[in-house]
Design a protein around this ligand. Structure first.
Ligand code: GLA
Length: 378
C-alpha cells in the first residue's frame, strides 16, 4: 500500500500494552467517531502486541487470538471497526517471537499475511524483536511485504525496526508504507525532544509512499498507562504535536481516546496542524536558522497552494532567547517586492504581514507556528 500522505490513526501500545480486549477496541472505535478524530483523518485503529495466544495453533500452525481477550475472534472485531468507518490494524514481528513474547512471523510470513487478510486487516505493524542473527532485516521486511501483496488485499506495512541497519536507505524499496526510525517513545518532554532531534539529518528520507515514523504520540497521556513516565504539560504536548506535523511523521495517537480532555481533542483535531502534516506535496522541512544544540532552530516547509509553514522552536530550558528569521535566507529578498502574511497555526488568527524578517521570543518548550502566504508588499 502506497500512502500519499502520512498515515493517521490510533495504536493501543502507549496506554494499554497487554490490557487490550474486544470491549476496549469497540469503545475506542466509538470514541474515534464521537470525538471527531475519524473525521479529522485518523482512520487506522491498530491493535499492537499481546493480542494472541502464547503459542500457534498446533494443527493449523496459525497465530490465534487470545480467547479471553477476543472471544469472538478478530474478524468480529475488524467488522465492528469497519462498521464505524475506520480501518483495522494488526501487529506482528519479523522474529520468532514478538517483543512481548508472543508468536512472531519469522518463517510463517505467507501463512500469517493470509491470516491477517482473513481478519480484514488494512495495516500491519511489523516489529524487530527476536530476529535470527543470520537473517538480514531488509530481507525479512521484503518477505512480509511480498506476502501481504500476495494476499491481494491492500494492507499498509508499517515497519518497526527502530532506525537500525541503515533502514532509511532500503526501506522504501521493500514496499513498506512507513518505518520507525527511533527507539520507543515514553511520555516525557526529554524523550520526545531527543526522538525529534535524532532525525534532523533524515528529513529527506520522508515522503509520499514511505513515511519516517518518529513513533506514536504521547499527547494527552498525562503520565497514564504503559509508556506513561513523567507526563508533559499542555504546552509540551502542543510542541510535540507541532513537531510531528511539521516533520510529516505518521500521526498515531497513543492516549486513551475514550477519556480525552478538551485540550487534547482540540489539539489533535486542529485543522491547520493536520493540513500541514497532510500536505499533498510531502516536501521535507529545512532548517532555516540553525542554533547551538538545535534547541532554537527555525524550520520552514513549502506547502501546496503557495503556502509556507514556519516554526520557531525553543527546545531548551532558557527563557528569553530571541530568534530571527530573515526572509532573504529562505529565498524572499526585500527586492522581490513581496511580503509574508502570517496566520497563527494554533489559533487560526491573522498574525500580521512582514516584509524583511520575523522575530520571536519563544518560551522554553514552546513554539511559534505560522502558515504564511506570499503577498505583494505594501
Ligand atoms: C517494540 C515497539 C513498540 C511496541 C512494543 C510491543 O518495543 O517498538 O512500539 O510495539 O515493541 O511489544
Amino acid at each position: 500500500m502506497f500512502p500519499k500522505t502520512p498515515p493517521m490513526g490510533f495504536n493501543t501500545w502507549n496506554t494499554f500494552a497487554d490490557k487490550i480486549d474486544e470491549k476496549l477496541i469497540r469503545e475506542t472505535a466509538d470514541a474515534m467517531v464521537e470525538t471527531g478524530l475519524r473525521d479529522a483523518g485518523y482512520e487506522y485503529l491498530v491493535i499492537d502486541d499481546c493480542w494472541s495466544e502464547r503459542q500457534r495453533d498446533p494443527v493449523t500452525n496459525k497465530i490465534i487470538p487470545d480467547h479471553v481477550k477476543f472471544p469472538n475472534g478478530m474478524k468480529a472485531v475488524s467488522d465492528y471497526v469497519h462498521s464505524r468507518g475506520l480501518k483495522f490494524g494488526m501487529y506482528s514481528c519479523i522474529g520468532t517471537r514478538t517483543c512481548a513474547d508472543y508468536p512472531g512471523s519469522f518463517d510463517h510470513e505467507y501463512l500469517d499475511a493470509a491470516t491477517f487478510a482473513e481478519y480484514g486487516a488494512d495495516f500491519l505493524k511489523y516489529d524487530t524483536c527476536y530476529k535470527p542473527a543470520a537473517a538480514p532485516s531488509h530481507l525479512l521486511y521484503r518477505r512480509m511485504s511480498m506476502a501481504l501483496q500476495a494476499t491481494g488485499r491492500d494492507i499498509l506495512l508499517s515497519a518497526c525496526n527502530w532506525g537500525m541497519d541503515g533502514v532509511h536507505d532500503w526501506i522504501r524499496s521493500t514496499g513498506a508504507g512507513m518505518f520507525r526510525s527511533t527507539g520507543d517513545i515514553h511520555d516525557s518532554y526529554e524523550c520526545y525532544k531527543q526522538i525529534f532531534l535524532s532525525q534532523l539529518g533524515n528529513f529527506a528520507h520522508n515522503g509520499a509512499g514511505c513515511f519516517n515514523d518518529i513513533d506514536m504520540l504521547t499527547v494527552g497521556m498525562y503520565a497514564r498507562g504503559n509508556a506513561g513516565l513523567t507526563g508533559c504539560t499542555d504546552i509540551e504536548y502542543r510542541t510535540e504535536f507541532a513537531l510531528w506535523c511539521m516533520f510529516a511523521s505518521p500521526l498515531m495517537i497513543g492516549c486513551d481516546v475514550r477519556n480525552m480532555n478538551d485540550f487534547t481533542r482540540e489539539l489533535l483535531t486542529n485543522p491547520r496542524l493536520i493540513r500541514i502534516n497532510q500536505d499533498i506535496e510531502c516536501r521535507p522541512p529545512f532548517i532555516a536558522v540553525h542554533t547551538e544544540k538545535d534547541e532554537n532552530n527555525v524550520y520552514v516547509r513549502l506547502l501546496s497552494d503557495n503556502e509556507i509553514a514556519i516554526m520557531f522552536t525553543n527546545l531548551g530550558d532558557e527563557e528569553g532567547i530571541g530568534t530571527w528569521l530573515a526572509f532573504e535566507d529562505i529565498g524572499l529578498p526585500v527586492s522581490s517586492g513581496k511580503a509574508l502574511a502570517l496566520t497563527d497555526v494554533f489559533t487560526g488568527e491573522y498574525a500580521g504581514t512582514f516584509r524583511e524578517y520575523k522575530s520571536e521570543r519563544v518560551k522554553p518548550h514552546d513554539c511559534a507556528f505560522y502558515i504564511a502566504k506570499i503577498v505583494d508588499a505594501e
